[in-house]
Design a protein around this ligand. Structure first.
Ligand code: F6R
Length: 357
């Protein structure tokens, strides 16, 4: 298959993008600022005496913020954070649980079911949504709602869906002050948008270079446990939903104990894989050594690999530097395949069919 367009033709890029994915990406820094300062301003938080655990329940683009929270907060919070992508909640959920019920549309049936379970178990709940049935139910039940503005795809609303969880936990005293770090991240990705955005030419635009490398390949994204793992999952989802292409993800060190063995057969098909290794020079030193050895192991079996390094100061900046690069790369990959990155007709079809049955 030939590339549909030249990634340096800004008009060509924008014309395949009918739902404004590029505009939403350009707007991510502003979205994060709005999420940090405006969205949680007037929220009345529940009276919380003793919280033993936190559950973020949601799916797809509404769940990834939960993983970002889990990874970000792991070394800062005293209680476990679980991300639940299911109709049902784990048995431990009860009156000492804080549940974030997150659904951009407010109509995702798994999240509505988990919300009902959380209510029945007496958990403290905060809904994060643009409205829909979740918004209606929460209003009726007197549950605080972080009202997310409508108008972008859920996966392009990561700032709106993730940042409020940080702010709420900080206001509840469960996380330390977060606004300085959020502000630093916003300033940093604002700078990055100039080098990753459509106006930046391929020779200096890492996201365009990655898209060109992944074109006509099967992307395999590897992150490291506790840091870039969430980014690997995000890249996979973004490539699926934006570029309509398969992608697979895994995590070190775990993949050193299984996946790495499975890269021998079928040899011709393995040549179609391109591995993206997400790196952070703050990752565990032994994991970094593992990556060096792993590169030697895969060199001859897969089609190729590319290392993409986190940058920026704070943990949030570093996570978002990689997320932003992957988000842009997935939309450029859509452009190379000549597919509109916005619509996700298969997800819509599934949701409609489920409603009818
Ligand atoms: C669509 C997308 C999906 C949705 C998921 C859940 O852009 O990213 O992964 O996020 O189908 O729907 P919501 O977010 O409305 O609960």
């Amino acid at each position: 298959m030939n590339q549909f367009c030249d990634l340096n033709g800004v008009d060509d890029l924008r014309c395949i993008d009918t739902t404004g994915m590029f505009t939403a990406l350009d707007g991510l820094p502003a979205q994060c600022a709005e999420a940090c300062w405006d969205l949680v301003k007037n929220i009345e938080l529940p009276e919380i005496e003793a919280i033993s655990n936190i559950v973020v329940t949601g799916l797809g683009g509404s769940a990834i913020g939960g993983d970002l929270l889990r990874v970000y907060a792991a070394d800062k919070i005293e209680v476990p954070i679980i991300v639940n992508r299911d109709y049902v909640l784990p048995k431990f959920v009860g009156p000492d649980t804080l549940v974030f019920a997150v659904s951009y549309s407010g109509n995702t049936e798994e999240t509505l079911s988990a919300y009902a379970e959380a209510r029945a178990r007496g958990a403290s709940i905060i809904a994060i949504t643009t409205g829909g049935k979740l918004g209606e139910l929460a209003k009726k039940d007197g549950i605080p709602v972080v009202g997310v503005p409508f108008g972008v795809s859920p996966r392009a609303a990561t700032g709106f869906l993730f940042i409020p969880t940080l702010r709420v936990l900080s206001r509840l005293g469960l996380l330390p002050e977060v606004t300085d770090e959020i502000t630093e991240m916003i300033d940093y990705i604002r700078k990055l948008s100039r080098v990753l955005g459509p106006e930046a030419e391929s020779r200096e635009n890492q996201a365009k270079q990655i898209a060109a490398t992944l074109f006509n390949k099967i992307p395999v994204i590897w992150g490291s446990a506790g840091t870039t793992e969430v980014v690997a999952q995000r890249w996979k989802g973004q490539i699926n939903e934006n570029a309509k292409a398969p992608a697979y993800w895994n995590v070190l060190p775990e993949l050193n104990h299984n996946e790495i063995v499975g890269l021998q057969f079928p040899a011709e098909i393995l040549k179609q894989l391109h591995v993206i290794i997400l790196r952070d020079d703050r990752d565990h030193p032994r994991v970094q050594k593992r990556i060096e050895i792993t590169k030697e192991v895969i060199q001859k079996s897969v089609g190729g690999f590319t290392e993409v390094w986190a940058s920026g100061e704070g943990v949030l900046s570093r996570l978002f530097s990689l997320i932003y690069t992957g988000d842009f790369a997935s939309v450029y990959l859509a452009a190379l395949y000549g597919v509109d990155p916005g619509p996700v007709k298969v997800i819509d079809f599934l949701k409609q069919e489920l409603q009818a049955r």
